[in-house]
Ligand binder design. Sequence first.
Ligand SMILES: [Fe+2]
Length: 189
Amino acid sequence: MTTTSTAYTAARTTARLDALVASVREAVGQGLPPDLTAYLVGERLAPHLGAADLLTEEQQEPDPATYRQHLLHAEHDGSFSVVALVWLPGQRTSVHDHVSWCTTGVHTGEERERRYRLVPATREVAAHLVATDDVVNPRGAVCGFAPPGDIHRVWNACADLAISLHVYGADISRIGSSVRRVYDLPADR
Ligand SMILES: [Fe+2]
């Protein structure tokens, strides 16, 4: 699947999500460089992963057609957003990169990630992707990164539902998605 559906469920929340948002707000407000902000946000996100009272039932609803994005919070000044991505077995993203720093944490299940390097076109070869890393992210795993060099694909390879929390340094309520570019290029795997 190359697209996702978005459900705007920001009006319904939990006390734990409110606490997470307050803690992320404090981290983002420190004004650190993007990669350090992503790291610090990961420290704030980790203690909440797997907690039964983090998300409402609606915020954990999948979509049979594609992985589903629930917008959980968009900060009023546009400085960050929090979303939950809900994946049925086999659902996957396109190969893409991001408009901003991003911190991810696996809340339920297990996610797989393949990272790529873009090889630009030359006179001899067309532009293509080379896989650089295959990562398994189990429940509780946290990952923070900042562009450039953040091309990847993510999918749910386990037999059950997977849910991950993503914090982006962008206003997802306005732009809809954190994806900067989808890479429809040949890849070695
Ligand atoms: Fe991504």
